[in-house]
Design a protein around this ligand. Structure first.
Ligand code: IFM
Length: 454
């Protein structure tokens, strides 16, 4: 049954008729049930046990108990009128993929299109003990895992994404160690970049052979980067951050090469030595769509180098500045115009490549009162970013869909359960779900396939 409130608002900004409206989650953040049905340990199980690594000592239990409550959650998605659900498959569940079978079937029964991400950060701990993503062999193990998953679900999944935000896996996981596996070694971070890209390319080949007709691609977290002033030093800071955030992934995937400046910047960390004959051909296998995760833009300047581990190899002298926009609870500035800029520039750079916003959303200090969460700030955030998406369409971006991050409140990685991004409030004690006002608002957008006058 639809939950869309009746409204007489007219639709001012309409999206294309086949526009995909969805919501996204990730296995470790929502599933819980971390020790059942043959699931093995992941790097996040191990990381959560380290004192001080995750706020409040939070762990993957209970998550949002999605593993056991998926039917209820699919029912919620259906009541919101969602057309697609982007979930991730947990590599540690490789021995028993029954949950994903059931989830996909349940989605299809409700007319919701299943979109699967093959890696959203839960590497089996056993592989980390052999070097994790710093070890080239992990890319080959990933291809084997993908082969099994796609053989099992390939007949029913409507869209594949190989990796989610490899930037985070590499630079937060192995650079500043804020994410699992908590390594602080810039060389390992750069090795992880190359091996994740290789894993993506090898996975594309497995998807092509097992599910040749299903569109597949990769999801990157991309950020427009601007220099604070016109000085040469600030321009160079912006070039380096753009290189490490965006181009180090986009160029190999889309053009089969690393940019010369990125290779030069990363030479002290061993990037050129990692690249073997044929790697870039594998990495640049054609993709059918690019997933774009957008949260904010960066304003940078040059400054004095700081000591200590940084996620940005060779860039400890770059300063990240505030540009004066309001902020979400993550302390991230709200900059919807950056999404327009990003989507338009991607479509100009890579014409003919369908784009999907595979994540966009915000954490705010929600209050559940009288059975409702009046999250007007989240509604304003989503409204702004959907207007920005529409503006991008009008300027020629080939945008095909939008997945809100996220369906359910969940484990926000090192921030634990304290940061809530969900459209649906989850009481982690009782697992009771409550639709926030933003969920009802989003359902209205989906039903009208557009936005009203601002
Ligand atoms: O929760 C994460 C998600 O797992 C990856 N993209 C960013 C989200 C918000 O931080």
């Amino acid at each position: 049954m639809s939950v869309v409130p009746q409204t007489s608002e007219s639709v001012a900004l309409r999206f294309p008729t086949d526009f995909v409206w969805g919501a996204a989650t990730a296995s470790f953040q929502v599933e819980g049930s971390t020790t059942v049905d043959g699931r093995v340990e992941s790097i996040w199980d191990e990381f959560c046990r380290r004192p001080g690594a995750v706020a409040n000592g939070d762990t993957g239990e209970p998550g949002a108990d999605h593993y056991r409550r998926y039917e209820q959650d699919v029912e919620l998605m259906s009541s919101l009128g969602l057309g697609a659900y982007r979930f991730s498959v947990a590599w540690p569940r490789l021995a028993n993929l029954g949950f994903y079978d059931r989830l996909v079937d349940c989605l299809l029964e409700r007319g919701i299109s299943p979109w699967a991400t093959l890696y959203h950060w839960d590497l089996p701990q056993e592989l980390e003990e052999k070097g994790g993503w710093a070890n080239r062999d992990t890319a080959c193990r990933f291809a084997e895992y993908v082969s099994t998953v796609v053989s099992r679900l390939g007949d029913r999944v409507d869209g594949w994404l190989t990796l989610n935000e490899p930037w985070c896996s590499a630079f937060l996981g192995y650079g500043n160690g804020v994410h699992a596996p908590g390594v602080q070694d810039p060389k390992a971070a750069v090795a992880a970049v190359h091996h994740l890209l290789l894993a993506h390319g090898l996975a594309m080949s497995e998807i092509r052979s097992k599910a040749p007709n299903i569109p597949a691609g990769i999801t990157l977290n991309l950020f427009p980067v601007s220099p604070a002033t016109g000085s040469a030093a600030d321009a160079d800071a912006a070039r380096r951050i753009d290189g490490l955030q965006n181009r180090i992934f986009l160029d190999p995937v889309m053009r089969g090469e690393y940019a010369v400046d990125v290779l030069t910047d990363m030479a002290p960390f061993g990037l050129p030595d990692l690249i073997r004959d044929g790697d870039l051909k594998v990495i640049s296998a054609p993709i059918d769509h690019l997933g774009v995760n957008y949260y904010r833009a960066y304003l940078v300047s040059a400054g004095d180098p700081v000591d200590g581990p940084t996620e940005w190899p060779g860039s400890s002298d770059v300063r990240f500045l505030q540009s004066g926009h309001p902020k979400t609870e993550m302390d991230w500035e709200v900059q919807p115009e950056g999404l327009t800029e990003l989507l338009v520039s991607l479509s100009r750079e890579y014409p003919g490549l369908p784009l999907y916003v595979t994540e966009n959303g915000a954490a705010y200090p929600d209050v559940l009162e009288d059975g409702t969460v009046r999250d007007t700030d989240r509604i304003a955030f989503l409204d702004g970013h959907l207007r920005a998406s529409h503006a991008a369409l009008e300027q020629g971006a080939d945008l095909r869909g939008y997945f809100c991050w996220t369906l359910l409140d969940n484990l926000e990685w090192a921030w634990g359960y304290a940061k809530r991004f969900g459209l649906v409030h989850v009481d982690f004690e009782t697992q009771k779900r409550t639709l926030k006002d933003s969920a009802l608002w989003y359902a209205g957008v989906v039903e009208r396939n557009g936005l009203s006058e601002s």
